[in-house]
Design a protein around this ligand. Structure first.
Ligand SMILES: Cc1ncc(COP(=O)(O)O)c(C=O)c1O
Length: 429
């Protein structure tokens, strides 16, 4: 290897170019990218690509940060971020609860060993089958989003003769500085109820003997960098809390949803769980309520890396394309939200850097993983790693184009456990 080549490799090894850092369980060893103790080329050979690899060490770090910051708080992992059973099981073993929004996620949470009383069921479109299963399992809270849903829930609970605990989702009407598709707290959004509607619904539950509505819920959106909006939302929740108290309704729990951002780029600085706790705790203490949080992305995003193989290289005019075997069907965040993820070579070659778009095999212009990426020149057959794909990666993949489902593998040190796509079970509701 030339001196220049060694220098470039070292820049990869210490992560200065891409800021790989400790968070992801990734490192270069002798010029090869590893997840913990497992070489990625080995995994790709054995399991094929596209392949999502998850690092237990990375999960451990994010859980530790939450546990240290959030004593006496119920942390419910938002399963929609990544429903891989090995990951949910790991969170269950660490004592976390789960926020689920479908029958499938409910089943995964139960199967993974999450204690039912730590399961929250949210979402605007819960099916009757899912509601019945959740009532039977005696889950912690139903997060109700409309008066019709409340009536159906009450009727099903009455028929099953089981009282259920309910949080009503409020919409504090707060703009969030994130992608518009990820901002869920505006009045025009389908989520939650206005404060007046929520207030009326709380009062209506007084006449519903099978409903115990003692919790307020909100979820402001996702990839939230500025935590001061939680301040605003909690002020709204607090005034509702006192209005309800004056009507004889005691709110015992406030669930602030999830949403805190991670740094996808080397320049972004992600908010920490501790900073989040510092905003939330004064409100919880003043009202004397139990706090629930529902982080998804901030628990799992860094732990996941998408591995894809280069099919072809193409030059068209001034533009270079690297055509790989993963696309928007494998990982939709770039196409859907314009998300920018770092891409690094699994085995960096010692040659000149190039700028290229990394695109998939689908017949869509939106089928790209990254645009104008700076990479050491790659060859057909090389492997590339897309960073921070542990959240909303596999969970949002599709079978568009009938390309194979990506495989998922969970790494712990030198051992790995892989989940074959055929084991992924989506029950009908
Ligand atoms: C109700 C609810 N809770 C929690 C989350 C998790 O959000 P995040 O992954 O941004 O932490 C979501 C995400 O959409 C959600 O809808």
């Amino acid at each position: 290897m030339t001196a220049n080549g060694i220098m470039k490799l070292q820049r990869f090894e210490n992560g200065t170019i891409y800021g790989i850092g400790e968070k992801r369980g990734l490192s270069y060893k002798e010029g090869i990218l590893y997840v913990e103790g497992v070489a990625i080329p080995h995994l790709a050979r054995v399991l094929g690509t596209p392949l999502y690899v998850y690092s237990q060490e990375s999960l451990e770090k994010s859980i530790k940060a939450y546990k240290e910051a959030f004593e006496n708080t119920l942390v419910c992992y938002a399963v929609k971020a990544n429903a891989n059973i090995a990951i949910v099981r790991y969170f269950a073993q660490q004592g976390l609860g789960a926020e689920v929004s479908s029958l499938g996620e409910l089943q995964v949470a139960i199967e993974a060993g999450i204690s039912p009383e730590k399961i929250l069921f949210s979402g605007v479109g819960k099916s009757e089958t899912a509601i019945k299963k959740a009532i039977k399992a005696s889950i912690g809270y139903f997060i109700v989003e409309s008066s019709m849903e409340m009536e159906i829930l009450h009727e099903l609970a009455r028929r099953m003769d089981k009282k259920v605990f309910v949080a009503i989702r409020i919409c504090p009407d707060i703009p969030v500085d994130t992608h518009p598709y990820l901002a869920t707290a505006l009045l025009e959004s389908k989520f939650g109820l206005s404060i007046e509607e929520a207030f009326a619904l709380f009062l209506a539950t007084k006449k519903m003997p099978y409903i115990a509505a003692n919790a307020i819920h909100f979820h402001l959106g996702s990839q939230i960098m500025d935590l001061s909006i939680f301040d605003k939302a909690l002020s709204v929740a607090e005034s509702l809390f006192y209005r309800l108290k004056s009507q004889g309704i005691n709110i015992e729990v406030i669930d602030v949803g999830g949403g805190i951002a991670i740094a996808y780029s080397a320049v972004d600085k992600e908010p920490s769980p501790r900073q989040w706790a510092e905003v939330l705790f004064p409100y919880a203490e003043r009202m004397g309520v139990q706090l629930i949080i529902e982080p998804g992305r901030s628990l799992v995003a860094h732990a996941g890396t998408l591995i894809t193989r280069v099919h072809y290289l193409k030059q068209k005019g001034m533009k270079r394309f690297i055509i790989v075997d993963a696309g928007m069907h494998t990982f939709i965040r770039p196409a859907l939200y314009g998300a920018v993820h770092r891409v690094i070579p699994v085995i960096p070659h010692e040659n000149a850097f190039i700028k290229a778009d990394i695109v998939g095999p689908l017949c869509e212009e939106s089928d790209f993983l990254a645009k104008e990426v700076l990479l050491p020149e790659v060859q057909r057959g090389d492997l590339l790693a897309v960073l921070d794909t542990g959240a909303y990666g596999f969970s949002m993949h599709s079978c568009y184009g009938l390309h194979p489902h990506p495989t998922e593998v969970f790494i712990n040190g030198e051992s790995y456990q892989y989940i074959h796509p055929s084991a992924v079970h989506f029950p009908h509701s």
